[in-house]
Design a protein around this ligand. Structure first.
Ligand code: FDA
Length: 446
């Protein structure tokens, strides 16, 4: 069997195929495994450049961590959080809902209640099959919220949980249906709001350990620096042509790359009309993940958790991202979509200064002088091209969603971007990897 892509999805698929007694080759474009999980040492600091958090409902990821002997630790969350309002004023608070004023707080709760009813109704498995799917897919997340409430602040705040924080796209660019899929895949909208749930734990040694350990078990089956350029496919099997004159023949292939990259592969014969169309309606969002490492987690001395929610500012979220049993203190901050575009336009020095000034406004002048400062640049990564993951444009999910996981002859599809539970997360990547492997195992058994 052939697996294209050595991220969590591809390596989980390969592992399950090998466990079923099949011979597998994994072709990976990069010089490393892990894809969108990447634990790097930068200037002596261990940083999670890509996916890192684990939530309690992510059963496939938790099972994998367990099987690989990997441990988790809780995100630091003691003390007060900071909410930065529209005027730039800082407010310290505890609990889930920001001190946005009693009326707005009530309105936020009401909107979350509506979404918590809709999300399970739509579900993560087949949102396109909901009787109102076309209607929910025809209105943007931004505009739907304004049909539900006149409270602009409440709309902006609720919007962020899906737009900046998850799909990392402007709220006007994706639909209500897409937002409901995001919420349903995380077990409900309330879970997206609850950072103690969605950003609960991290992996000791880093999330990339999942892929590194799976790859280690697969041994020589994983071939790095081998981007698949051409994939011939027919009922009898596939022939993949990768760089370095690598040619792999197999009965079936798991294409475990995000859908925005399918077009990088020359499928022969070309994929059917609807697939070619579908792939043009799905794209990755963009978020900059910023790490600032200090000689200690000094904000804790001031009774602060390190959590900042600043819905109207370029850096919209900040968390304490200190490593397990580390004396150093690390903050992680996020700059999403339109703000990310504007941030990159500043150029490196001004970009760094603008981000650190925002951290200093919350945590004091010590925040201006990190020992290590690093900005992720996933948009510039040839084999990803954005962060965190892919979503459809308005109308795309109801129009094409049902096709995205359907095998096409010997081709099977796996990645977090087409997952149901765990959509856009490492958990979803593993689930899709296992599902694609199971499709093959069942097909061979027939
Ligand atoms: P992934 O993209 O990881 O793997 C695909 C692989 O295919 C890559 O290795 C790529 O190089 C390779 N490839 C592409 N084209 C190829 C070709 N033609 N030939 C051969 N190989 C090819 N998730 C989470 O659970 N918790 C979190 O906290 C976060 N946070 C987060 C932050 C940031 C900055 C990012 C970028 C992402 C996250 N995520 C996350 C998302 C999570 O990291 C992501 O959903 C999964 O790692 C995706 O795994 P996949 O295997 O599906 O794709």
């Amino acid at each position: 069997m052939l697996v294209i892509g050595a991220g969590a999805a591809g390596l989980s698929a390969a592992t399950r195929l090998v466990e079923a007694g099949l011979t597998v080759t994994v072709l990976e474009a990069r010089d490393r495994v892990g894809g969108r999980t990447w634990t790097r040492e930068i200037d002596g600091a261990m940083l999670e450049i890509g996916g890192q958090w684990v939530s309690p409902d992510q059963e496939a990821l938790l099972e994998t961590l367990d099987r690989l002997g990997l441990e988790t630790f809780a995100r630091y969350r003691e003390g007060e959080s900071i909410y930065v309002d529209r005027e730039g004023q800082r407010h310290r608070y505890t609990g889930e809902i920001f001190p946005a004023g009693a009326e707005t707080e009530a309105e936020i709760e009401r909107l979350i209640g509506i979404l918590d009813e809709l999300a399970p109704e739509v579900g993560a498995t087949a949102p396109w099959a909901h009787p109102r799917a076309a209607e929910f897919d025809a209105i943007s997340w931004h505009h739907w919220l304004r049909t539900q409430s006149d409270d602009e602040s409440a709309c902006e705040i609720v919007s962020i949980y899906v737009a900046e924080a998850m799909l990392t796209k402007p709220a006007h660019s994706f639909s209500l249906l897409q937002a409901l899929l995001m919420a349903a895949s995380a077990g409900g909208f309330a879970n997206l709001v609850d950072e103690d749930f969605i950003l609960d734990r991290r992996v000791v040694g880093g999330m990339q350990q999942v892929s590194l350990r799976l790859a280690e078990q697969l041994g020589d089956a994983v071939v790095l620096n081998a981007p698949v350029r051409r994939l011939e496919h027919a009922a009898e099997g596939v022939v993949a042509h990768a760089d370095g004159d690598v040619v792999v023949r197999a009965k079936r292939a798991v294409v475990a790359v995000p859908p925005n990259l399918y077009a990088r592969i020359d499928f022969q014969p070309p994929l059917p009309r609807l697939h070619q169309q579908m792939h043009q309606h799905v794209s990755l969002g963009l978020v900059i993940k910023v790490h600032a490492v200090y000689d200690s987690p000094f904000w804790r001395e001031d009774g602060l958790s390190g959590t900042v929610f600043a819905p109207h500012s370029p850096v919209h979220e900040v968390y304490d991202n200190t490593n397990h049993e580390d004396d150093k203190g690390t903050l992680v901050a996020f700059v999403s979509d339109l703000q990310a575009d504007a941030s990159f336009k500043l150029g490196p020095d001004a970009q760094r200064a603008a981000i650190l000034e925002q951290l200093a406004a919350c945590f004091g002048p010590r925040a201006l002088e990190p020992e290590v400062f690093y900005l992720s640049d996933w948009g510039a990564e040839e084999w990803t091209r954005g962060a965190y993951a892919a979503s459809f444009d308005i109308g795309g999910l109801s129009r094409y969603g049902a096709m995205q996981r359907e095998p096409l002859g010997p081709l099977h599809w796996a990645c977090s971007d087409i997952a149901a539970e765990g959509y856009q997360h490492v958990d979803g990547a593993i689930r899709r990897g296992w599902a694609a492997a199971d499709e093959i195992i069942h097909a061979l058994g027939d």
